[in-house]
Design a protein around this ligand. Structure first.
Ligand code: ZN
Ligand code: FE
Length: 265
């Protein structure tokens, strides 16, 4: 059985994903914010969507559900907590639920913080994680509904996955995230290499998604709020006191990133 994962850009910087089973001509769609974009891809590749997965209720992730349902008889799964907010939803899923597509099994992971009900989908056979707006290339989602404690727990859960997991994030934020990461973690040599790689990729018009979890564990500042050396450095920079717990350090970093983003860099 051979599967492939297609990344579909939509709007300014969103990504939707199409996982296809070539033998059966079926597809699983993740976060179809723009239904037209996904529908075009399905037609081009002669695929029928068997399943739509949504990570959270924001329109740039669920806006295409009903467009696709007008054309195809396709169920939509999404976080049970956000059922009322997700158009076309057929079934709500919770932490540790299993979703299936063809011969694939995906684990539902509770990754609250960006929204109150956000979930991620982990497919061990594909070595792939679809995490919406929870984890980004060298960054993480904004705390729109949740708090720093929740988001830190979510990131810790994602950190527990194997290093060779490919992270399929919901947005192309690599370049701005890299600039912030390098600013707060100047001593991190691997991060500098990764940031340079990201600059090159973007210059060539290439994507910074997916990103490898192993690299993120070592380079993404938001995954390193519990790293003693990094925390010492953050204390020196007056980002967060050294005796603060990891969730609090994470929270301070997240606020610093919010301010950094506002500067327009
Ligand atoms: Zn969102
Ligand atoms: Fe989004």
């Amino acid at each position: 059985m051979s599967f492939s994962i297609e990344i579909l850009p939509a709007f300014n910087n969103n990504y939707a994903f199409v996982v296809s089973d070539h033998d059966l001509g079926l597809a699983m769609v993740v976060d179809p914010g723009d239904g037209e974009v996904v529908s075009r891809e399905l037609k081009k590749r002669d695929l029928y969507p068997a399943l739509i997965l949504c990570t959270h209720h924001h329109p740039d992730h669920v806006g295409g559900n009903e467009t696709l349902q007008q054309e195809y008889d396709v169920p939509v799964l999404g976080p049970a907590k956000e059922k009322a907010l997700i158009p076309g939803i057929s079934r709500g899923v919770e932490h540790k639920d299993v979703v299936t597509f063809s011969t694939l099994r995906g684990d539902v992971l509770e990754t609250h913080g960006h929204t109150d009900g956000s979930v991620s989908y982990y497919f061990p056979q594909l070595k792939a994680l679809f995490c919406g707006d929870t984890l980004f290339t060298l960054g993480c989602g904004r705390l729109i509904e949740g708090n720093s404690q929740q988001m830190w727990e979510s990131l810790k859960l994602l950190k527990s996955l194997p290093d060779d997991t490919m992270i399929y994030c919901g947005h192309e934020y690599g370049e701005l995230n890299a600039a912030f990461a390098v600013m707060v973690d100047k001593e991190n040599v691997e991060l500098r290499v990764r940031a340079a790689e990201i600059t090159t990729l973007r210059k060539q018009g290439k994507l910074t998604v997916p990103t490898l979890l192993g690299t993120e564990k070592r380079c993404n500042p938001f995954l390193r709020a519990d790293d003693p050396e990094f925390r010492k450095s953050l204390a020196k920079q007056r980002v967060a006191p050294e005796d603060a717990d990891a969730a609090a350090v994470f929270g301070k970093l997240r606020s610093a990133k919010d301010r950094f983003g506002q500067k327009g860099l």
